[in-house]
Design a protein around this ligand. Sequence first.
Ligand code: SAM
Ligand code: SF4
Length: 448
Amino acid sequence: MSAESLPSQSCDQAEVNEETKAGNYFVSNYPPFHFWDPGTARHLPELLDVPSAIETPLGLYFHIPFCRKRCHFCYFRVYTDKNAGEIQRYLDAGIRELERYARAPFVNGRLPQFVYFGGGTPSYLSVPQLRSLTDRMKALLPWTAAQEVTFEAEPGTLNEAKLHAIRELGVTRLSLGVENFDSHILEINGRAHKADEIQRAYKAARAAGFPQINVDLISGMVEETDENWRENIRKLVDMAPDCVTIYQMEVPYNTGIYKQMKVDGKLVAPVADWATKRGWVDYAFTQLEQAGYTVTSGYTAVRDPSKTKFVYRDSLWKGADLIGAGVASFSHIGGVHFQNVAEIGQYIDTVEAGELPASRALATTPEERMIRELILQMKLGRVDSSYFQQKFAEDVRVRFGAQWSDLASRGLGEWDSGGFVLTRAALLKVDTLLHAFFLPQHQNSRYT
Ligand SMILES: C[S@@+](CC[C@H](N)C(=O)[O-])C[C@H]1O[C@@H](n2cnc3c(N)ncnc32)[C@H](O)[C@@H]1O
Ligand code: SF4
């Protein structure tokens, strides 16, 4: 699962500005998960019976929750102990879940405009598993209208034959979880891959002809230093991927790092503070800009913005429908958010019993949908008032006048002719600025 599209959460400003403490700060959705409930999830079958507006873009997400090793910083639900039979049973359940959506009136003849394989590690699957899975997916909802098919990959799981097969399946955007170029840092953070596997995988991916290769890095892994970070960015610029995504390390409660903090009786995580992590992203963005890249969000730089799009992110941040299949997957259908059960055994049993596996949901109001899109689009560094006027009949300049004035008075942004533009400093800590735009009842709530 792309962290850009993930569950997340909040801690207070002081925490974000200083030491890295346990908890999430990344805001990936709105309203917060605290307000999603099992009762609403039970209405999913009725919702599927109502045809959606055919002009609403439809996307498809498939979650692969398997990894070779669990990274010490990872907060996703992943399994490292499943055999081929168990994996097959999971994939069969995912297809069965998709079958239910594919024949529902809500699809209304639409085909997916974007497809996303997230995890966990989709590249953990073998070529025969991937061929069979994608053939069955395409038979249910053909990819003929898909502008983008993204596939997350861990470098150590890739070889030439697998990369060619993944490209042949129709994947257009390969997202490589590089995280760091130093083998020692990778190892002490629990990554399964080594530095030389990164270069090998990247070369083979280029040879396989993917239209877009993204590289994920994390600023602030355990034992990161200024010197190593500069070396990382030098190697990154040399590599010249089409797109770079840099996350600032957070240490949620369900990570190995937090468990170790508890054993040691520590409140502060053994990683750099927030100002240092932001400084490292700033350094990376500056170097990338000097190499011709354009910064397109608080986390992303692209080499050629006219060619390199991220349809999945941009569609979701503008309110597209998303069918999410698999354990713990998120869906967004006709303004209603859903999340599936988070445990694989329960997920499979529920689907095999012919039930839908959604465990919590929230039916949003038009006002909540407007705020959701506003805060997600702020992560792009610019909010266009005409977009909100047209779509929601809301003048966001007036509606959030106090919030914009506050940001402007702190030197964090200003209005140009049509939009509010965040400064680089604001963009680097954008997740801490979004809560001020939440409705009062959603302020200070935790995302879990
Ligand atoms: C599902 S993983 C990507 C695919 C594959 N599992 C891998 O790691 O190579 C999504 C991304 O989330 C980011 N991520 C995971 N845990 C994080 C954390 N605690 N803080 C910041 N970013 C994190 C990493 O950059 C990772 O590449
Ligand atoms: S490989 Fe990716 S999904 Fe798996 S544990 Fe590591 S960061 Fe998490």
